[in-house]
Design a protein around this ligand. Structure first.
Ligand code: GRF
Length: 223
């Protein structure tokens, strides 16, 4: 801990493009935070290499060296607490987190999910949107609770689905919006404009009645 900035830890299992977007936003001066830890359940995750390159401490814990999910999650969250993190971002973290382990973080922990929640919790969201014939798809950032992808939604980015879209095209068109959505929400949270209040998001001390939308200039209230 070297600054007085809000301290953020990030968990990621994959290539880490959302982590890269967070770091880039910080580097542009748009997200005044200190990243104190990037953790992963996969030692080979690209996200860990990105963090190393950015000089952020990293942690890889292998779930197979723990007797069960709770033991793994408690160890992981102990490391996160020891990093001094005040806020926690799941950026492509592909494990379900035990409810008891995450309880102390409720209200301080967000996740990005590639669907317009409450639609399509869990995996294969692009495929499921196509199979359902949806004309609109998107990504959501929500507070994490014990319910998988079920915590209160804070903000969403939307894209149209084209008739000839396949899964890959949808994912590719959505990703740049995810990369704007996640830093924008984290900025609201770490500046404390966004707060968890009795189980619901509040923005500027008013209940958020509908998820914010990502527009060309950033997050705006839903119409
Ligand atoms: C993103 O689509 C995110 O919404 C989902 O997993 C993907 C992670 O991509 N939860 P990356 O590792 O950040 O590139």
């Amino acid at each position: 801990m070297t600054t007085n900035l809000p301290r953020v830890a990030v968990l990621a299992s994959g290539r880490g493009s959302n982590l890269a977007a967070l770091i880039a936003a910080r580097d542009r001066g748009e997200l005044p935070v200190e990243f104190v830890l990037v953790g992963s359940d996969k030692a080979g995750a690209g996200a860990l290499r990105l963090a190393e390159d950015a000089g952020i401490p990293t942690l890889a814990l292998d779930p197979r060296s723990f007797p069960n999910r709770l033991a793994f999650d408690l160890a992981l969250f102990e490391h996160i607490a020891a990093s001094g993190a005040e806020w926690l971002v799941l950026a492509g973290y592909m494990r379900i987190v035990d409810g008891a382990a995450l309880a102390p973080w409720v209200g301080r922990m967000i996740n990005i999910h590639p669907s317009l929640l409450p639609k399509y919790r869990g995996l294969h969201t692009h495929r499921r949107a196509l199979e359902a014939g949806d004309r609109e798809h998107g990504a959501s950032v929500h507070f994490v609770t014990a319910e998988l992808d079920g915590g209160p939604v804070i903000a969403q980015a939307r894209i149209p689905v084209h008739p000839d879209d396949d899964e890959g095209q949808l994912a590719q068109r959505l990703l740049p919006l995810e990369h704007r959505l996640l830093p924008a929400v984290l900025g609201l949270l770490t500046s404390r404009r966004l707060q968890w209040h009795a189980g619901s998001p509040q923005l500027d001390e008013r209940p958020l009645r509908a998820p914010l939308r990502l527009g060309p200039q950033g997050l705006v209230p839903a119409e």
